[in-house]
Write a protein that binds this ligand. Structure first.
Ligand code: NAP
Length: 369
């Protein structure tokens, strides 16, 4: 049987540069960052597994679950075996064409039994925050890979790896059996901030991230944030302080960050506008070069000159970062980023992590354009 740990891949880490004094101080406030110091992509040459992996998806009816099903349907080495939804129990999973799959309503005990019987290599939890605990507990110390799309384990440094491949050590993801998939706003924000962290300006300074998401970010459960009538010709601010992604960005970058989210009337896609004070005078060209160097070779991060547009990132699988407008003092830059919340903000990143941890080419099954 294929084991989830069979895809172990080891790569050398990029050397760490010594942190800026302000950053050291900030790190005393925020916990040790898990991001900023990534390692180069693991390409085809690192793939160590050519056996298909059997996938169980819990929370398959939701937006992120459906986006992942579409990707897995095209993936040569991923084979969905179980999909769970209370609402769709008994219905056929029509979007999957590789084999006939019928939605089940699996309890944590049934998931544990399937796992014990060796029927699944990787479980993906696409459940709302606070729901997957009993499933994870039932799986116990199982060596199967578990990827959680919720925020439940993003702050638990003992839980395998945080799965942001461009910013954490990819070897850590590749060796993990428990992966916490980052949030959508948090992925875009961290990718747009990590290269500039060492140039952060004086205390007490925070980056300000102004974010606007399409309403699929609020999931399928009806709420004002996915009420299309309320959102028409409208922009809805919410969780103006203390959003869980504010905590996630601060925790993983090691820098206190102010995050100000909004919901808009389009379905998918996030725009982020980020105000960044600098600790020295810099030009727009300097900053763009830092980002280009940092993401050289990354297939899912594109550094562009102009501020990117959300319309252009919808249904795409990467992140675009641009703008780089420096003010007249040279000590403040505004950076913009766009990300499709259901793709790189959820399902695509989940697949990147699954590929790494199951031993396939990191980008296998991910449309690159
Ligand atoms: N939407 C995004 O842009 C996005 C991006 C990144 C991460 N995430 C995270 O990914 C997770 C899933 O998000 P989503 O947008 O796909 O949510 P969603 O559309 O609301 O779907 C939630 C899924 O969980 C199931 N579910 C809900 N409550 C449940 C319960 N108590 N027990 C068992 N199953 C339950 C639902 O199916 P049934 O009701 O049929 O069982 C459905 O399949 C969330 O934690 C979210 O924060 C979302």
């Amino acid at each position: 049987m294929l084991s989830a740990t069979s895809g172990t891949v080891r790569v050398a880490a990029r050397p760490l540069t010594s942190p800026h004094p302000v950053l050291s101080l900030l790190r005393a406030i925020c916990p040790t960052p898990s991001t900023q110091t990534g390692t180069p992509p693991l390409g085809k040459k690192n793939a160590s597994n050519d056996t298909p992996s059997r996938i169980g998806l819990i929370g398959a009816r939701g937006y992120t679950g459906q986006a992942l099903i579409n990707l897995l349907n095209e993936h040569p080495n991923m084979d969905i075996r179980h999909v769970s939804s209370r609402e769709l129990e008994g219905q056929e999973l029509k979007e999957y064409t590789k084999r006939k799959i019928v939605y089940e309503n699996l309890s944590p005990e049934e998931v544990a039994q399937l796992d014990k019987d060796g029927k699944v290599d990787c479980w993906v939890m696409a459940l709302p925050n606070g729901v997957c605990g009993p499933f994870v507990q039932a799986l116990g110390q199982s060596s199967s890979l578990v990827v959680d799309l919720s925020a439940d384990y993003r702050f638990d440094d003992t839980w395998g790896s945080y799965g942001l491949p461009e910013l954490v050590q990819r070897s850590k993801i590749a060796q993990a059996t428990r992966i916490s998939n980052p949030g959508c706003y948090a992925t875009g924000s961290q990718l747009a901030l990590a290269p500039i962290v060492e140039h952060l300006g004086g205390m007490p300074t925070r980056y300000q991230v102004f974010g606007v998401s399409g309403y699929s970010g609020a999931g399928t459960k009806p709420s004002p944030k996915n009420d299309v009538n309320l959102l028409a010709d409208n922009l809805m601010p919410y969780s103006l302080t203390g959003h869980i992604h504010e905590r996630e960005i601060s925790h993983h970058l090691g820098v206190p960050t102010a995050f100000i989210p909004h919901c808009a009337s389009w379905f998918r896609g996030i725009h982020l506008t980020i105000n960044i004070p600098l600790n020295k005078t810099m030009t727009s060209r300097d900053i763009r070069q830092i980002y280009q160097d940092r993401y050289a070779g990354e297939k899912l991060v594109k550094v562009v000159g102009e501020a990117p547009l959300v319309k252009s990132i919808q249904n795409k699988h990467g992140v675009e970062i641009g703008g780089f407008a420096v003010d007249s003092t040279g000590k403040r830059v505004v950076v913009c980023a766009t990300i499709d919340n259901l793709n790189k903000g959820a399902a695509t990143q989940c697949l990147q992590n699954m590929n790494l941890a199951l031993g396939y080419d990191e980008y296998q099954g991910i449309p690159l354009d």
